[in-house]
Design a protein around this ligand. Structure first.
Ligand SMILES: Nc1ncnc2c1ncn2[C@@H]1O[C@H](COP(=O)(O)OP(=O)(O)OP(=O)(O)O)[C@@H](O)[C@H]1O
Length: 467
């Protein structure tokens, strides 16, 4: 079980589902329990980073659960949910060792901010970018120089190429390295919650906002904030962000006081930024403010010198994690890695390596253990036929790799099966619509925003998406 996952304990099925949806939509792993008793069983089976629990439940109450957790797992933080009428319970919960409480009803923003405040940072997966190709070495040298300044940096490159890794490297090499590095994925947080997450809110700003909560900018005070996938932010919020960057101060939602900021801003995007500006998807003034220093990863296939060192690094990382001896790559395996085009870049390489480590016998990875699915070309005709007089373009069929969609387990896990089907439908619709995101959203009847965060989740699972 992922140790960065949250256990949500709530006996009201509707509320439980809403809590889980809000957390999952924001890319946070969580598991639901419908009673304190079930939570006790789950706690014995898995480890969690945070428990969010209701107080009033069946035979065993949330306070009983809290007592038991403090006895058996004293380090595990517990966040309680109480009804307004039972504020005494909240006081009792704090006395028993809860880290905080939320008074029902509360807005999703309150849940997300509380969780982001108390959920420990995910452990870093890497000690820094691993490179050997001359172009990547140059990029790192440049990044080290830029790190020493306070300039805003835009890290560009295709999906999975290592933009977040490079952003962390810049922070680590800067004189802010002892201060926080706070990353926020603008594509993953639902649109209406992103503003509160970035800027924080004052008491009373929403339902359930019983206390003020600092946003990500304030959490990054003295350090660095990474605005991941910045081009996915809507235009209204881009305007507010621009103001914060210009004034170097933030105003929490529902507040009047301004808070001075000393935060360095890094941003990433896998889009062509100029194109996003010309399509009016990204503000030109924000582009110039953030793009003071652009750094760009090439696709992995265009820096072949990195492939083997990265593969060896990933093997070492996974073998150390599973406490296995470090496996070696055979010559044949190396040749196979070098001859692939890596449309999913380093993230795809990581998936291939993880598979190879499962397939290989003994301590050596052979050519046949390197299992690379060939791209499937899904040549599906567009849904709508163009009008008579429309210019006829010969569009290249969009390549989608349905094989990178993880297969459903044989035991028939319906939740996984549903996700698997959803991923396949999205990939097929992308192919039908020749990759046009707006058309895909319309065809599927979902908002472009919903499509964007579903795509972001798919990327995180290592599913190769057409550019
Ligand atoms: N040069 C590198 N050295 C070590 N690990 C790397 C390197 N580049 C990428 N990785 C690993 O590959 C994975 C993807 O990297 P990362 O998340 O930084 O990519 P990204 O470009 O930000 O992706 P996305 O556009 O989808 O957000 C991570 O597990 C990361 O640790």
């Amino acid at each position: 079980m992922n140790t960065n996952s949250i256990l949500v304990v709530e006996d009201d099925a509707g509320l439980r589902e809403a809590l889980i949806d809000t957390l999952e939509m924001s890319g946070i792993d969580c598991v639901a329990a419908d009673s304190a008793e079930q939570a006790m069983i789950l706690l014995k089976q898995n480890s969690y980073s945070l428990v969010v629990s209701d107080v009033q439940m069946g035979a065993m109450s949330g306070l009983d659960l809290l007592r038991s957790i403090k006895l058996n797992y004293p380090e595990l933080p517990v966040l309680m949910m109480t009804a307004y009428a039972t504020i005494d319970d909240a006081v009792e919960a704090m006395r028993l060792g809860a880290i905080d409480y939320m008074a029902k009803p509360f807005a999703p923003e309150v849940l997300l901010n509380m969780v982001s405040r108390y959920l420990p940072e995910k452990e870093k997966e890497t000690d820094g970018p691993i490179v050997a190709d001359p172009s990547s070495i140059k990029l790192l040298e440049l990044a080290s120089k830029v790190a020493r300044s306070d300039a805003s940096v835009m890290v560009l490159g295709p999906s999975g190429s290592g933009k977040e890794v490079l952003a962390r490297f810049i922070h680590d090499k800067s004189n802010r390295s002892d201060a926080p590095f706070v990353a926020i994925n603008c594509a993953a947080i639902p649109e209406n919650m992103l503003e509160a997450t970035l800027f924080g809110y004052e008491k009373g700003a929403f339902t359930g906002a019983i206390q003020a909560c600092p946003g990500k900018f304030e959490q990054a005070q003295g350090g660095t904030i990474l605005l991941d996938e910045i081009t996915e932010m809507d235009l209204g919020l881009q305007a507010k962000l621009l103001r914060v960057l210009q004034e170097r101060e933030v105003e929490r939602l529902g507040g009047r006081k301004t808070i001075e900021l000393d935060v360095r801003v890094l941003a990433t995007s896998n889009r062509d930024l100029k194109e996003a500006v010309s399509e009016n998807l990204f503000r030109e003034d924000l582009y110039y403010r953030l793009n003071v220093f652009p750094l760009m990863w090439k696709p992995l296939a265009e820096r072949p010198g990195d492939i083997i060192v990265l593969a060896e690094h990933l093997i070492e990382r996974h073998c150390l994690n599973s406490k296995e001896p470090i496996a070696q790559l055979s010559e044949g395996a190396k040749q196979k890695l070098l001859s692939h085009a890596w449309p999913g870049n380093v993230r795809e390489l990581d998936n291939v390596i993880q598979r190879a480590l499962i397939l290989c016998d003994g301590n050596s990875i052979h050519q046949d253990d390197v299992f690379i699915e060939e791209l499937l070309t899904v040549d599906i005709k567009p849904v709508a036929t163009p009008p008579h007089n429309a210019p006829v373009y010969q569009e290249q069929p969009v390549e989608v790799n349905l094989d990178t969609v993880p297969q459903v387990s044989e035991q028939g896990n319906y939740k996984d099966e549903l996700k698997d089907k959803e991923h396949r439908i999205i990939l097929e619709t992308l192919a039908r619509c020749n990759g046009k995101r707006k058309e895909v959203a319309e065809t599927l009847g979902i908002s472009p925003r919903t499509l964007r965060y579903k795509l972001a989740q798919m990327r995180d699972l290592g599913i190769a998406l057409p550019a």
